[in-house]
Design a protein around this ligand. Sequence first.
Ligand code: NAP
Length: 529
Amino acid sequence: MQISGSALIGQRSSQRSVAGESAFHAIDPVSGAQLEPAFARTSAQDVALACELAAQAFDRYRETSLEQRAALLERIAACIVELGDALIERCVAETGLPRARVEGERGRTVGQLKLFAEVVRAGDFLGLRIDPAQPERKPAPRVDLRMRQIALGPVAVFGASNFPLAFSVAGGDTAAALAAGCPVVVKAHPAHPGTSELVGRAIQQAVRDCALPEGVFSLVFDDGIDAGVALVAHPHIKAVGFTGSRAGGLALMQLAARRPEPIPVYAEMSSINPVLLLPHALAKRAEAIGQAFAASLTLGTGQFCTNPGLILAIDGPDLQRFIDAAAAALETLPATPMLTAGIHGAYERGVERMQGQPGVEQAGAGAASRDACAHAGRSALFVTDAQVFAQQPALHDEIFGPASLVVRCPDAGTLQGIVEQLEGQLTIALHIDDADCDLARALLPTLERRAGRVLVNGFGTGVEVGHAMVHGGPFPATSDGRSTSVGSLAIARFLRPVSYQDMPDALLPAALRDGNPLDLRRSVNGAPG
Ligand code: NAP
């Protein structure tokens, strides 16, 4: 399939660009070379048209049968697979990510779409509840009340730079919104526009194959903020999904809140994912934990929102064994390409800032890149103590990339106090041995308050896609810690409840009618029925 550099507005392609502006190109982050073709910055007119088509499609799309909607998700998955090597090659060229990682990410993306197809078919997300009328109730009769969740409306999705497939055009946000019954307008991330167009065309094809209204999906491009701002400000858009920087997420939250009709923004922004090494685990296996940590820190050149950016442990010889092992392992791992010049520059500045912090020492660094690479990210490990960490809030900030800070704590109470003071996190990991269980139990209430996922004897970098996954957390990990952007629970972000009171059976949605014609799980008077 040819990449045209055009926005996909419903079933149309559009090269209409912002007047007077030139187009932009993807950049190969390894060579620094410009990749063809040029991408037109989508005009405000086309952003508005995409939103208009989405609004026109909404009522028909949200009332498609569960089977039709599941079939769309499965057809999108099939069309993405049919893109074959062209997708993988373009994605490798635009991101510098290894081929195996990109293939794995495609599998994850396709798997997510299929998971949501299962969720749609099962129908539990409709949350059906029935409180039948009680005409004889005294002192007043009870009305008949029936409730279901309906789709929120057209959703704007911002593709993430660091997951060009799984958190991008057909990523988790898009799959969850389409599953809920919401049309989607995606703003492609400018770091991988060709990958975005290919996946966008696969979705466009699937919408066509399933004979659905064209406005179910559109894709717009920009390498600045205009198209994204126009999208979030558009009155037809009813929710936003975003993964990226704290500054970007906050800007969109403020924009959405200032609209005449404010709308929810589900932004995943910044997290340093503390790892707590408890004393008996350190005594038993400091070296093994150090090596596993180095592997996790450098995975994907550290460009994961769940990257382990902070290590907390009680000071002593066992912690030193961990630091030595981690530093030795990092030395063997050469620097690898970062996604963009901008992300690389921000990483280098973050590392330099850390090197200049009083009371912070560098304990380790990765090897130089093996290849001539324009934006290689070299890992860095720093060490400080609890007092310095508490006094310098800048040390609590995320450095997006393979850098991490070890904080030596004098005792468990200080360690717990540090966790209490941290901002909200996506993950907190605990490394424990049996003899650490009492301390772990004492820490748990704090950890639950600070993070969306608490994990034991691992690192947060693997994010399983399933029904019990929470990839979220208190601000600023996300804008709304009550939800997740990974896993089937993500569908809840794009739904809202509606009650039907005393509505004749013929007017009720089929899912709520007498006799349960769709054979769905429903609660009647609060019990399964
Ligand atoms: P970003 O700068 O936040 O951009 C993400 C997307 O949001 C892009 O499409 C961008 O558009 C758009 N955007 C940003 N600010 C906007 C605004 N004020 N109004 C409208 N649209 C806006 O993130 P990035 O490009 O992926 O990387 C930059 C930094 O973000 C990284 O160095 C890292 O610190 C952080 N990041 C964090 C995570 C995480 O998971 N925590 C993931 C990725 C990146 P344009 O690019 O077209 O301007």
